[in-house]
Design a protein around this ligand. Structure first.
Ligand code: ATP
Length: 246
């Protein structure tokens, strides 16, 4: 599914969170939004998900204007995951299936399949409190996949993890989503993560967010530690930390 954001303005009362944001996401693409803390990344993502009405401009998905949440087209993974603590991993993954009225037996089978996809077969009957941060992350991803939506909106899903685990889980997630043919918009403030995972990176300015540059990552994506990866990382650093024009 193709997402087109054009001249998007976002406001909270007098506060301008984003101004004239324009970018697109092609079907099957993994696009990251990066920018300084508080610049408006999550606000843009919420607008994509129909949770934040634009004050100007528009967002379309396959040509249809986004006017509210579209659970059959888009699934989210938020920073705080919002797993239900009283449900096991499997029962958490079953939530979107329950909401769609999928019968119990199919629900269970599909949830088990998805948990296997994220390497959690043995943890299906554990509750979130019994799982590590990385495992909880995987449950949230399996639950998002259970929505069967073509688009995944990910808001700093690995923020609570150490850098090494982030990169490892990120790489696994990326392969999984590629296999599932998902279109992904990923908010992060980790340049490493953006450089490692994305097809393209939308670099935002300090608030109000404006698009500073859209970077196309070379294909095949450079390996962490390679000279090309360092070049890309340095370019992102320059863009993010360059002095703003007066
Ligand atoms: N519901 C809201 N009401 C009022 N102001 C808000 C609301 N949500 C966000 N803001 C403000 O909008 C601006 C952008 O916030 P947003 O969360 O989109 O930034 P961000 O780039 O995702 O931040 P971070 O990287 O720290 O998570 C901030 O100044 C924030 O205080």
């Amino acid at each position: 599914m193709r997402i087109a954001v054009s001249d998007l303005d976002l406001r909270y009362g007098d506060l301008i969170a984003a101004r004239k944001i324009t970018f697109d996401v092609r079907p099957g693409e993994f696009v990251s939004l990066i920018g300084p803390s508080g610049c408006g990344k999550s606000s843009v993502l919420r607008a994509l998900g129909g949770l934040q009405p634009p004050s100007g401009g528009e967002i379309t998905i396959d040509g249809d204007r986004v006017r509210g949440p579209q659970p059959t087209r888009m699934a989210y993974v938020f920073q705080d995951l919002a797993l239900f603590p009283w449900r096991t991993a499997r029962r958490n993954v079953e939530v979107p299936l329950e909401l769609r009225g999928v019968p119990r037996k199919q629900r269970r089978e599909r949830a088990e399949q998805l948990l296997a996809r994220v390497g959690l077969t043995d943890a299906a009957d554990q509750h979130p409190a019994q799982l590590s941060g990385g495992m909880r992350q995987r449950v949230a991803i399996a639950r998002a996949l259970a929505c069967d939506a073509g688009i995944l909106l990910l808001d700093e899903p690995f923020a609570a993890l150490d850098e090494q685990t982030r990169l490892r889980l990120g790489g696994e997630l990326r392969r999984l989503l590629e296999e599932e043919g998902k279109t992904v918009v990923f908010v992060t403030h980790s340049l490493q993560e953006a450089a490692y995972l994305s097809d393209r990176i939308v670099v935002l300015s300090p608030r109000p967010a404006t698009v500073k540059e859209v970077i196309t990552v070379p294909s095949p994506r450079p390996e962490v530690g390679s000279a090309e990866f360092h070049r890309l990382h340095a370019h992102l650093t320059d863009l993010l930390f360059a002095a703003e024009p007066a």
